[in-house]
Design a protein around this ligand. Structure first.
Ligand code: F6R
Length: 259
């Protein structure tokens, strides 16, 4: 069962998520962090930058969940650029240690195997930050993705392209394809930290956490994982049937337990 924490708003979620991330980063000598992009992790990344203190994070290795296919190198909405702005510079990471799935035309035929090999060579992901799409996707594993899938090229749904059009001049500029870690790849991370905010995520969150395990709701893979922390704001939690129980679990969480 995932540990589900419901907080007032995104800022409170960012603070709590940062505590989870620091507990991991401060606790292992060779941390490997899986990083999401999009709006959801922004309060977390801001809070990490604010609370970093004197930590030297140049040894931290990070792996992005996904990358768009077809954007020119340096495009501001390519996830490599987003990560440069949101974590590499603010946290003082070594850009050589921040990996993004290869998504240029020449790399595509072997992109999945190559990325999986890079993750394996780093010793696997210790803590994986996740958002969830309004259609239930995690990474860009759209509904119908195999629960055992590995990194590969996927086609984005129209709903995801509409949702992400806010980052582009028009929906026509949103790529149709991406390279994404698979659901099997994500499940291999030792700890999953799923964040979701806003009423537009409530249905996907309820389906992923309380509905049946199903390829139709890729986020439901969290039910298969032994170590999951979920942090939601009130709006994203509004569709949950057992919210009062989750609040009790959080209120009576033993101090020794850690994240
Ligand atoms: C991004 C990713 C996606 C997003 C999801 C939610 O790397 O893998 O699964 O987490 O699309 O996007 P936002 O956070 O923009 O609502």
């Amino acid at each position: 069962m995932a540990e589900i924490l419901i907080v007032a708003d995104r800022d409170a979620a960012g603070e709590l998520a940062a505590r989870v991330v620091w507990e991991y980063l401060d606790g292992v000598p060779e941390p490997v962090l899986g990083v999401a992009t999009g709006s959801t992790p922004e309060p977390l990344y801001r809070e990490l930058a604010r609370t970093r203190g004197g930590r030297d994070l140049s040894r931290l290795r990070a792996f992005a969940l996904d990358e768009y296919v077809g954007l020119p190198a340096g495009h501001p909405e390519s996830y490599r650029e987003v990560l440069r702005r949101e974590i590499v510079e603010p946290l003082g990471l070594d850009p050589q240690h921040v990996h993004v799935p290869p998504a240029d035309a020449a790399s595509l035929p072997h992109a999945g195997e190559r990325y999986e090999a890079e993750i394996a060579a780093a010793g696997g992901v210790g803590l994986q930050i996740l958002g969830i799409g309004s259609d239930g996707h995690v990474g860009f594993n759209e509904p119908g993705s195999s629960l055992a899938s590995r990194t590969r090229v996927k086609t984005l749904t129209e709903q995801t392209r509409r949702d992400n059009a806010r980052f582009f001049d028009s929906i026509d500029d949103v790529p149709r394809h991406c390279v994404t870690q698979g659901l099997g790849t994500i499940r291999d991370a030792r700890h999953l930290l799923l964040l979701a905010f806003g009423a537009q995520k409530a249905q996907a969150v309820a389906a992923a956490l309380e509905g049946p395990l199903s390829a139709s709701i890729p986020g439901s893979i969290v039910q298969l994982h032994p170590h999951v922390t979920v942090i939601l704001d009130e709006d994203a939690a509004s569709g949950l049937g057992h919210a009062d129980y989750y609040r009790d679990v959080a209120r009576f969480k033993p101090e020794w337990q850690g994240w």
